[in-house]
Design a protein around this ligand. Sequence first.
Ligand SMILES: N[C@@H](CCC(=O)N[C@@H](CS)C(=O)NCC(=O)O)C(=O)O
Length: 214
Amino acid sequence: MYKLYWAPGSAAMAPQAVLEEIGAAYEPVRVDLVAREHEQGAYKRLNPNSRIPTLVDGDFVIFETAAICQYLSDKHNMLSPPLGTQARGRHMQWLTYMTNTVQAHCTDWFHPDWTFADDTDKQAALKTEAERKLYRTFDVLNDGIGPQAPHMLGEPFTLCDIYLAMLTRWSRYFERPMWRWANIERVVGATYTRPAFQRMMQKQGIAWAEHWGK
Ligand SMILES: N[C@@H](CCC(=O)N[C@@H](CS)C(=O)NCC(=O)O)C(=O)O
């Protein structure tokens, strides 16, 4: 049985929704961020970056949200296009872009103190800059999806849709949340209403964005 180390509303949303879509048995292990449990020895031995999530599969430990999602998807042969196809290339393009660009800017927005520990002016400037860059990435995602596609890659539904929904929930704090981009709103609307995504939110004790669509 898998073990997923998680915290509510964190990047663990995506792998937990993937586990729910797959229907795999897993044990959710909550990490107490307030108690800084993720910075202590037991967790750091699993994830030396002290970040959530981490997945344990028997003797195998894996961190990085996108890698965990892809590992599960490949192992269960679900939620990704076949290897060696153009669709798989597109899938990797969006997954990489979401984790190394969009999520990275989100990290700067939520945690400017991780870059400028003691300088609040620089923290504020970084946050403003991160939001400006994020809006540019939302343009890129929205244009890439296009006006027709029911899901991020068109068909079928993939783990990229789950990743996008996670980022969209985080964007609820921005002046312009991601759902102001019509194509993003459409495909994310088809994701967060899925039973698996709803189960993930219910198990994490979180709700969808209360001002969704506004
Ligand atoms: N690149 C990492 C980033 C994960 C990350 O930043 N997780 C946040 C929660 S969303 C975290 O661990 N925060 C710890 C803290 O707030 O101290 C991944 O995708 O797994």
